[in-house]
Design a protein around this ligand. Structure first.
Ligand code: CTP
Ligand code: MG
Length: 177
């Protein structure tokens, strides 16, 4: 596949996950998903993972994915003559959105177990946790070209990092990571 085609497919596929991950900081709920409970003496996820934020994130990912589904026939007609085009479906969008929130929580779980406090940086984990579960499930259930996976894993930390600095400057995020 040409690089531009890999890029189009990668961004098209991962957009609902990006949406799910970007939205919770704007909502910033109060009820912790782990209800303050601990595992091995550490908070399971910590106060940065809330029920409100998680639900809002999934809904926003669904919204992004639904908008994409509207434009999909047109984009596919444009791209298909040049090579493969990944088709989003509603179940796939749901999986990507929920996978992003679940992956982000898994990242926080790992951080807590490693004694990294809420909000403290964990390089690469902070930038990649949310796509790992999305990609794994998509790969298992729907299949996914390897070059698209590699592209997403290389490009996402850069985008995530830049987006978080913007969020920090706009005071949406407390920390630039
Ligand atoms: N957030 C939320 N629910 C989620 C994910 C995020 O409410 N499922 C909100 C929280 O207000 C959180 C903010 O978005 O503080 C930023 O998210 P993130 O950077 O992932 O959390 P951190 O506070 O940095 O915590 P952690 O160290 O666990 O990553
Ligand atoms: Mg964080």
């Amino acid at each position: 596949m040409d690089l531009w085609l890999i890029a189009v497919n990668a961004f098209w596929l991962i957009a609902p996950a990006y949406g799910s991950n970007a939205f919770p900081p704007l909502v910033g709920g109060k009820r912790s998903v782990d209800f303050g409970r601990t595992f091995r003496g550490k908070r399971i996820f910590g106060d940065g993972k809330t029920i409100e934020g998680s639900l809002a994130g999934i809904l926003f990912g669904l919204l992004i994915g639904s908008i994409q589904l509207l434009f999909q026939p047109a984009l596919s007609a444009l791209i298909s003559p040049y090579g493969p085009f990944i088709f989003l479906t509603l179940p796939l969008v749901l999986l990507l959105s929920m996978g992003a929130i679940a992956g982000d929580m898994l990242g926080s779980f790992i951080k807590r177990q490693l004694c990294i406090e809420r909000g403290k940086p964990a390089p690469l984990l902070d930038q990649l946790d949310f796509i790992v579960v999305s990609i794994l499930f998509t790969y298992l259930f729907f299949g996914m070209a390897l070059e698209v996976i590699v592209f997403i894993i290389i490009v996402t930390p850069v985008i995530h990092y830049v987006a978080n600095i913007i969020g920090f400057v706009l005071r949406i995020k407390k920390h630039p990571w």
